[in-house]
Write a protein that binds this ligand. Structure first.
Ligand code: HEC
Length: 145
């Protein structure tokens, strides 16, 4: 009796289905950073950033108006390119990631169990938003395909 072909076909199909079901992106409401990370970011902010701007300018309406709908990757890139103003890019990527965590924290975004990775590509898939992934998905540019 010849070997059945079916399993050979099913495995790749299942793999494709799994890949398609994976979320194209997350939002900052999905618990994408840890509390410990935000606390480290708070210390960094006090040491390197607060001399020029208080946390207040990064929380609430000013932050929402400027950053909601954009991605953490954009904010990460901006901070690496421009901040601290006197010495841009002087911190390490991990430090910029903890600063992102701090900014999310002061904007009331929920913490999670996995620290935010200092990975620009991954950060570009996390939308800065007040909506969780499920509600934010239809308007995301990542969702087009
Ligand atoms: C020497 C002063 C100075 C320091 C230090 C500084 N900044 Fe800034 N920052 C500015 C100025 C001025 C702006 C306004 C935009 C501009 O002029 O480029 C700004 C803007 C920003 C913005 C954009 C605000 C918004 O939403 O429009 C972010 C985010 C930011 N800074 C983060 C940081 C972080 C994080 C640090 C510490 C690592 C830092 N800054 C340190 C001067 C500074």
């Amino acid at each position: 009796m010849p070997r059945p072909f079916v399993p050979v076909l099913i495995v790749p199909v299942l793999a494709l289905a799994a890949a398609a079901a994976q979320p194209a992106h997350r939002s900052t409401q999905d618990g994408v950073y840890t509390l410990a990370q935000a606390n480290q970011g708070k210390d960094l902010f006090a040491g390197y950033c607060q001399s020029c701007h208080t946390p207040t300018v990064h929380a609430g309406p000013p932050f929402r108006n400027k950053w909601f709908g954009r991605t953490l990757g954009e904010l990460f890139g901006y901070m690496r390119r421009e901040m601290p103003k006197t010495d841009p890019g002087s911190l390490g990527d991990e430090e910029y990631a903890t600063l992102l965590a701090y900014l999310m924290r002061i904007n009331g975004m929920p913490t999670g169990s996995t620290p935010l990775a200092a990975d620009s590509a991954a950060l570009h898939r996390i939308r800065i938003d007040s909506l969780p992934r499920s509600s934010a998905a239809p308007t995301s540019p990542d969702h087009r395909r």
